[in-house]
Design a protein around this ligand. Sequence first.
Ligand SMILES: [Zn+2]
Length: 232
Amino acid sequence: MSGIVSRRNLLKLGAGAVGTGVLTAGVGSQLISPPKAVAQNDISPDQALKQLLEGNKRFAERKRQNPHQSYTRIAEVAKGQKPFASILGCADSRVPAEIVFDQGFGDLFVCRVAGNVATPEEIGSLEFGSSILGAKVIMVLGHERCGAVTAAIKGGEVPGQIGSLVTAIQPSVEKSKNQPGDKLENACKANVMAQIENLKKSTVLAQLIKENKLKIVGGYYDLDTGKVTMVS
Ligand SMILES: [Zn+2]
C-alpha cells in the first residue's frame, strides 16, 4: 500500500468515524469548561507533553481534579474528538491512562497492550490518533515490575500467543542485560525506547514529526508513587 492510498483510506475512515463534530465540539467545550481544563489539541507538541505531565503531577501529589468527567463533557465529545495526546501503554490493570494522567473523556487516545509493544495494529491506531484526530504527543508508557517484560527475561515456554509479546520484548532484554542497576527496570526502559524506534519507522508519524505536529516520547510509571518519569 502506498503512502498516498494509505492516507486517503485513513481520511475516509476519519470522515466516517468522527464526522463533522470535530469543529463544533471544540467551540462547545470552550464555552462550558474553564480554559485550563480544555484539552484542545490545537497546541504544540511541547504544550501537549506539558499538559500530560502536569496531569500526572496532580495525580501523584494527590491533587486530582478529575477534569472532563462530567455528563456535560460526554455530550460534548459525542459530537467528535480532539484528543491532545496518545498513550501506548501496558494492559496492566494498575496503569489506567486517564487516571494516572488526571484526564477525562476525549483527552487521550489510548492503546494498551501487554508490554506496550508497537504491533502493526497499535502503530495503525496511533497513526490514526495523530494524523486524523490530531494528537500532538505520543507517549510510550512502560512501568515498574511489568509482567510481560518479566516473562521476556525469564524466557522458556509460554502458552498460547503470549510468545509473540515475549518475542517483541526480548531484543530489549538482550540490549540492557549488561547495564548496571535493576535488570527488570532496565529492560522495561529499553523496551520503551525500542517501541519508540518502531513507531518512528512509520512514514505517517515520521512526516508529522518533520512538520512539528508530533512528538514521540517515553515514560516510565512508578507503581509505588504514581509518578511518570521521562525515559530517554
Ligand atoms: Zn506491564
